[in-house]
Design a protein around this ligand. Structure first.
Ligand SMILES: Cc1ncc(COP(=O)(O)O)c(C=O)c1O
Length: 460
């Protein structure tokens, strides 16, 4: 029996990334409030938010300073925009602070309201840039299988996941995908991480040559793939990839939407993984998820091209009403002040060995093939046979079942296609709370194993 709120939900809402058919019977989990790393449902039941919402609430759920920053800005100037040269101090100040923090040479910052809009802007600017340089054929963009970059028409095209392409008439022409850097799944028997990286870089080079380098504008990658399964790249991967990109004058876009602002124990994932992109996209933890904000960095050559085009065309014809919303900028400024003052990024790095040790311990579990991670992000891969790495029939929904057991144990984690489970708690989580999180996840895995046995499920 669904509760009153649940019934109203089913009758009125379309939920993103939800099986809309199953939802009609199952109904929603309705959350009411949050405090620290906990969220509470309408019955008052607490759950550890082991996904920081959607990889975003780095500062947890009851940060009064963020609330006050939003409230003060709302009272002072709730809205103005950046169109036609209009400006406001929170946007100017935030752009200055971000320029200081960026791990790559950054001339300017462009704000959006989401990660999708940020990456969509990246695509458009890669095209615009090459038009400005008189290279109208250099337009193709390369993403990776299992990469995730958003849901707009262009960013779903960048994304390398079946659910974002099948029956959506995507990807658009001109969007290509190179191999997924998941060593556990795709390395040859006995292939070292370094050799795997070298092979993937060679495959990327073959793709660029096959397409004609004069037609390839940019390559986009997340430092750690999030929605694709919390996949940490193999050793030497980004240096090998970057050497290929440089050879063919292909711009490198880092999608830091999940990894930015401390997730890997560094301010940006690029710093942890030896990435040297020309530009990066950010969102999510920049405001700790409290209000929507995203953006991209603009390097000097790109900025010069944008200025030339504006002179030629009369305007820079891009931007949304909420690009640089003052309330979002004010909250981001406060969030960054807190990250710095409270050593949140350093704290994440200090807690990471404990988090990763508990995660690695799950690799011993009967149904876990791989437990991988870095910083305060981790992924599990559920398998039917550890040695052959064979998986269960996707229709059995094993990872989804495990996530449901976790919820029953008072833990929110997320299942991803390929029987994967992601863990990505608020960065403020304490060592004791990390233990509670993994104890609950272990019990969920035990219950999943017992359920698999009771159902008599075998490898697909
Ligand atoms: C790496 C990455 N890029 C882009 C996006 C899209 O961001 P949004 O959902 O804010 O549009 C996401 C969302 O999870 C993401 O994980």
């Amino acid at each position: 029996m669904l509760s009153n709120l649940a019934t109203r939900d089913v009758e009125t809402l379309i939920h993103p990334y939800t099986n809309l058919d199953a939802h009609r019977a199952k109904g929603p989990l309705v959350l009411e409030r949050g405090a620290g790393v906990y969220v509470y449902d309408t019955e008052g039941r607490p759950y550890i938010e082991g996904m920081a919402g959607l990889w975003c609430t780095a500062l947890g759920y009851s940060n009064a300073e963020l609330v006050d920053a939003a409230s003060a800005q709302m009272s002072r100037l709730p809205f103005t925009h950046l169109f036609s040269g209009r400006s406001h101090d929170p946007a100017i100040e935030l752009a200055e602070v971000l320029k200081e923090l960026m791990p790559i040479p950054t001339s300017k910052v462009f704000f959006t309201s989401s990660g999708s809009e940020a990456n969509d802007t990246q695509v458009k600017l890669a095209w615009y840039y090459n038009n400005a340089l008189g290279r109208p054929r250099k337009k193709k963009i390369i993403g990776r299988q299992r990469g995730y970059h958003g849901v707009t028409v262009a960013t779903a095209s960048l994304t390398g996941l079946q659910a974002n392409h099948a029956d959506w008439d995507l990807p658009l022409p001109g969007f290509l995908h190179t191999a997924c850097p998941h060593h556990y799944r795709f390395a040859e028997p006995g292939e070292s991480e370094e050799a795997f990286s070298t092979r993937l870089a060679a495959e990327l080079e073959e793709l660029i040559l096959r397409e004609d380098p004069e037609t390839v504008a940019a390559f986009i990658a997340e430092p750690v793939m999030g929605a694709g399964g919390a996949i940490v790249p193999p050793r030497g991967y980004f240096p090998a990839i970057q050497a290929v990109l440089a050879r063919y004058d292909v711009r490198f876009i880092a999608d830091e939407v999940i990894c930015g602002f401390g997730r890997l124990g560094t301010w940006f994932g690029s710093e942890a993984l030896g990435m040297a992109p020309q530009t990066l996209s950010f969102a999510k933890a920049v405001t700790s998820g409290y209000v929507p904000l995203g953006g991209i960095t603009v390097d000097e050559p790109l900025y010069a091209a944008m200025v030339d085009q504006s002179a030629k065309l009369g305007t820079f014809g891009h931007g949304t009403t909420y690009s640089g919303h003052p309330v979002a900028c004010a909250v981001a400024l406060k969030a960054i002040e807190i990250y710095r003052r409270d050593r949140i990024v350093e704290g994440a790095a200090e807690k990471a060995p404990h988090f990763q040790a508990r995660l690695a311990g799950l690799a011993e579990h009967d149904i876990v093939g791989e437990a991988r991670g870095i910083g305060l992000i981790g992924g599990l891969e559920i398998v039917a046979h550890k040695r052959s790495r064979a998986q269960y029939d996707p229709k059995a929904g094993v990872a989804a079942r495990c996530v449901a057991f976790a919820q029953d144990e008072g833990l929110i984690v997320r299942f991803l296609t390929g029987d994967r489970i992601a863990v990505c708690p608020p960065l403020i989580i304490t060592p004791d709370e990390i233990d509670v999180l993994f104890d609950r996840l272990t019990r969920a895995l035990d219950r999943t194993r017992d359920w698999i046995r009771a159902e008599g499920l075998g490898a697909a």
